[in-house]
Design a protein around this ligand. Structure first.
Ligand SMILES: CC(C)(COP(=O)(O)OP(=O)(O)OC[C@H]1O[C@@H](n2cnc3c(N)ncnc32)[C@H](O)[C@@H]1OP(=O)(O)O)[C@@H](O)C(=O)NCCC(=O)NCCS
Ligand SMILES: CC(=O)OC[C@H](N)C(=O)O
Length: 173
């Protein structure tokens, strides 16, 4: 199953045997990686058929799991999504390596057509965290559960509340 390095890193973050039977979110992560690989294939019938299957599966998995990871988003290796439901990532979002999402997380724009977040590496999102607009979230940052982030968050910082305030910095890993 580990047929690309990013996907191998995702599997590593799930860190369990048979994750497909235990964690619905991995269905969405798997499809995201498949979609990225399809986009890199040369044009032709194979790619066209692959994309038709991809879009069908995308709608089914998005609806069944409530995890929406469009293939146009850029997501680094080692994504871990804890639980499922109401997890929406805007198609233009950039997410670094080894990030952790949880149920209810939204990463998107603040106004229709507006800019979207750029997330660093090793960022942890608590349940129902909302990060909206053209904000930058630094490496090793933590976003508290139920927080609404409207401003940049420095490397290693923790942001909590609605609107979020920065409460602490920690050593970068
Ligand atoms: C953000 C978080 C990582 C901070 O943890 P921490 O560094 O141990 O911080 P503390 O618990 O010492 O709290 C520091 C301050 O932030 C406040 N705070 C912490 N988390 C908060 C949150 N999610 N929303 C609002 N305020 C929060 C605390 O009340 C405290 O405020 P005070 O100094 O005025 O008393 C943690 O609180 C959190 O939200 N984790 C997400 C966990 C999660 O999603 N669990 C669900 C699993 S499915
Ligand atoms: C619901 C809950 O507390 O789940 C814990 C889980 N390990 C997580 O970090 O999300």
């Amino acid at each position: 199953m580990a047929d690309d390095a990013d996907w191998a890193a995702d599997l590593d973050r799930y860190g369990m045997r048979r994750p497909f039977l235990k964690e619905q979110s991995i269905w969405a992560v798997w499809l995201y990686r498949r979609g990225r690989r399809l986009d890199r294939r040369p044009p032709g019938l194979g790619r066209k058929l692959g994309l038709a299957v991809y879009w069908g599966l995308f709608r089914v998995i998005e609806t069944v799991t409530g995890v929406s990871l469009p293939k146009s988003a850029t997501i680094g290796p080692g994504l871990r999504v804890w639980h499922f439901g109401n997890i929406f990532v805007h198609p233009d979002t950039v997410i670094g390596a080894r990030c952790t999402l949880r149920q209810g997380v939204t990463i998107g724009n603040r106004h229709a057509g507006g800019p979207t977040p750029v997330i660093g590496d090793d960022v942890e999102f608590g349940a129902y965290a909302q990060v909206i607009g053209g904000v930058r979230i630094g490496n090793n940052a933590r976003i508290g559960a139920m927080s609404v982030v409207l401003c940049d968050v420095p490397d290693g910082a923790t942001a909590v509340g609605a609107p979020a305030r920065i409460i602490a910095a920690r050593e970068a890993a």
